[in-house]
Design a protein around this ligand. Structure first.
Ligand code: FES
Length: 114
C-alpha cells in the first residue's frame, strides 16, 4: 500500500466488475461502500442509506444511482442525495483513479472516526 497524506490506495480497479460493489471497513468509523457503474466510473459513499441505514453496498447500481435494498430509495452516486420524492443525503467520499488503482480521500474517509 502506497503511503500518501491525502489519498488511501484501496486496490486495483479490476477488483470491481461493472455494476459491482464492495465494502470497506474503516476502523472506528463508518463503513464505506465502493461502486462501479456500467461505464466504469468508481464512486464511494458511506454505506448507510439516509432513510433507515440500509446497506447501500447491497443495492443495484443503475446509471449513476444505487437503489437501496431495503425500501428502494434511489441514491445518487454523485451527490449522495436521495432522488425523486425522497429526501436525505449520505456522505460522498471523493475517489480518484491512478494507474489502474482506486484511491479514496483520507479526510472524508476518516470523517466519521471518533
Ligand atoms: S433504508 Fe434505504 S430505503 Fe429504507
Amino acid at each position: 500500500m502506497m503511503v500518501d497524506a491525502k489519498w488511501i490506495d484501496i486496490g486495483p480497479v479490476e477488483q470491481l466488475p461493472a455494476l459491482g460493489s464492495r465494502t470497506l471497513p474503516v476502523q472506528g468509523g463508518q463503513e464505506i461502500a465502493i461502486f462501479r457503474t456500467a461505464t466504469g466510473s468508481i464512486h464511494a459513499l458511506a454505506n448507510k442509506c439516509p432513510h433507515k441505514n440500509g446497506p447501500l453496498s447491497q443495492g443495484m447500481v443503475h446509471d449513476t444511482s444505487v437503489t437501496c435494498p431495503l425500501h428502494n430509495w434511489r441514491i445518487s452516486l454523485l451527490t449522495g442525495e436521495a432522488l425523486g420524492e425522497d429526501k436525505g443525503c449520505v456522505p460522498v467520499i471523493p475517489v480518484k483513479i491512478d494507474a489502474g488503482r482506486i484511491y479514496i480521500e483520507r479526510a472524508a474517509t476518516l470523517a466519521g472516526v471518533a
